[in-house]
Structures are given as C-alpha cells and as structure tokens.
Design a protein around this ligand. Structure first.
Ligand code: ADP
Ligand code: MG
Length: 242
C-alpha cells in the first residue's frame, strides 16, 4: 500500500511557439488507502494528471512520489500501479480466466499463484461462475468487472481510474459505483478516480480534488467542497448556491 505525493506538478505539451502549459503546479498529499476523486470539466487536465502518475506522460516540472519513492523517471511497469480506463479492451478470443491471468502469465508467475489470485479477484467481483466464458458472452457490466479483475490480480499499490463508467447506462453506472466502493472497502488500495460528473464525485470520494483549467481549486471532503467552496468556480461547479 502507498501514499501519493504531488509536489508542484507541472505539465507542458509541445515545444517552442507550440508550447502549452496544461497543469500549473499541483500540490496534494494523498494518504495510504485513501479514495480520491479528481473532478472538473472536460479539458481541465484530469487525464493528464493521472497519466503522469501512471508514467504514461512525462512530468515537465515538480515531483510525484508513490510511497517514499520519487517515480518521475520510472517506467509505468516499475511504478506498481494498475489503471482502469473507459474503453477497457478485453481479449475476445480468451476466456474470462485467461483475460485476468494474462498479465501475470507474461510476468512468468507460477500457475498456482495465478489461479489463487484470479480466484480471489473473481470472488470479490462475483465473477466466479463466469470464468470459462468469452467476453462476447458477457453483459457490459460483467465485462467492466473483468477489466477491474485484471487490475486487481496484479495486487498494485495504487489504482488509477480514468472515467471508467462513462460508457455505461445510468443503472449500470450506479451498480458499478457500488462495486468500486466494495472493492475499496475490501482491498483498501490507494485510489485516484477521475470523472467530470459531480454526482459521481460526491458519491465516491473520501476527499476530492476539484480542477479547473490546469489548477487545483480545492482539495477536501465532499462536505467541505459542497458547504465551503474555495472559489466561485467550485461554488458554481459543485458547491451549494450562495
Ligand atoms: P481532461 O481529462 O480533464 O478532459 P486532458 O488532460 O485530457 O483533460 O487535457 C488537458 C488539456 O491538455 C486540454 O487542453 C487538451 O487539449 C490538452 N492535451 C491533452 N493531451 C494532449 C497532447 N497529447 N498534446 C497536446 N495537448 C494535449
Ligand atoms: Mg480525460
């Protein structure tokens, strides 16, 4: 398990005249086992911030630490994180078991340990009776659970979610939210969850980071953000009306 430190994190895309700064020095200390939601309008930099934590984007300035380790120069595979995306792609020709086991097999983990990990994840996600099915034989919600299972079996220190529920209908979204909360209760893995949906943020967050145009406007509990918005932006985006 691990804390996450964002220390004056800056991101610039492009070079010279094309240079565009999209993250303007974000500071946040996230405790071990916390469930943090990063919320803000489209284009405010949520995915960029998450991708820097994952190691999928270079950091232009500042520092990111996972636990006591500064990870700026580490490859994604060395960071001990697992990421769940909106467009989760399962391997269509593989069974649910094989989909969940694949990432461990390529790491040459012994088959007994792979089976144990897949069984444990399948138990948590209620996929035990579906392990022999192919993705096309699953509902959208079941596929999304397999995608989460693939992340869980790696037993990462940190979970990163980038709008994983955006493609689901309202009912399935509510159901999957509950799954994610259960997952966090049972495993207690430090999580960063990105969404543009205020309701989703308020429901899931232990604490939330409200972003606007590359700046962190507020970092607090849903109650604090709602009742004591730090800026007019936060007030209009989430807070209670004045
Ligand atoms: P969000 O996830 O909040 O919608 P993003 O992190 O995707 O926001 O994007 C933040 C800003 O960075 C946007 O202005 C976007 O156009 C820009 N951006 C994102 N990715 C790139 C890229 N690879 N090259 C240049 N600009 C980018
Ligand atoms: Mg995004």
């Amino acid at each position: 398990m691990a804390s996450i430190s964002l220390r004056n994190v800056v991101k610039k895309y492009g070079k010279g005249k094309q240079e565009l700064q999209v993250i303007h020095g974000v500071n946040a200390e996230i405790a071990d086992r916390e469930f943090i939601v990063i919320v803000g309008p489209s284009g405010c930099g949520k995915s960029t911030l998450l991708r820097m934590v994952a190691g999928l984007e270079e950091i232009s300035g500042g520092e990111i630490a996972i636990g006591s380790r500064v990870v700026n120069d580490l490859e994604p595979a060395e960071r001990d994180i697992a990421m769940v995306f909106q467009n989760y792609a399962l391997y269509p020709h593989m069974s649910v078991f094989e989909n969940m086991a694949y990432g461990l097999k390529i790491r040459k983990m012994p088959i007994e340990e792979i089976k144990q990990r897949v069984d444990k994840a399948a138990g948590i996600l209620e996929l035990g009776h579906l392990l022999d099915r192919k993705p096309r034989q699953l509902s959208g919600g079941q596929r999304q659970r397999v995608a989460m299972g693939r992340a869980i079996v790696r037993q990462p220190q940190v979970f990163l979610f980038d709008e994983p529920l955006s493609n689901l209908d309202a009912k399935l979204r509510a159901q999957t939210r509950l799954e994610i909360q259960k997952l966090h209760r049972e495993l207690g893995i430090t999580s960063l969850f990105v969404t543009h949906d205020q309701v989703e943020a308020m429901t899931l967050a232990q604490r939330m980071i409200v972003m606007n145009a590359g700046n962190m406007e507020q970092f607090g509990t849903p109650e604090e953000v709602y009742h004591r918005p730090a800026s007019t932006f936060v007030a209009s985006f989430i807070g209670s009306p004045p």
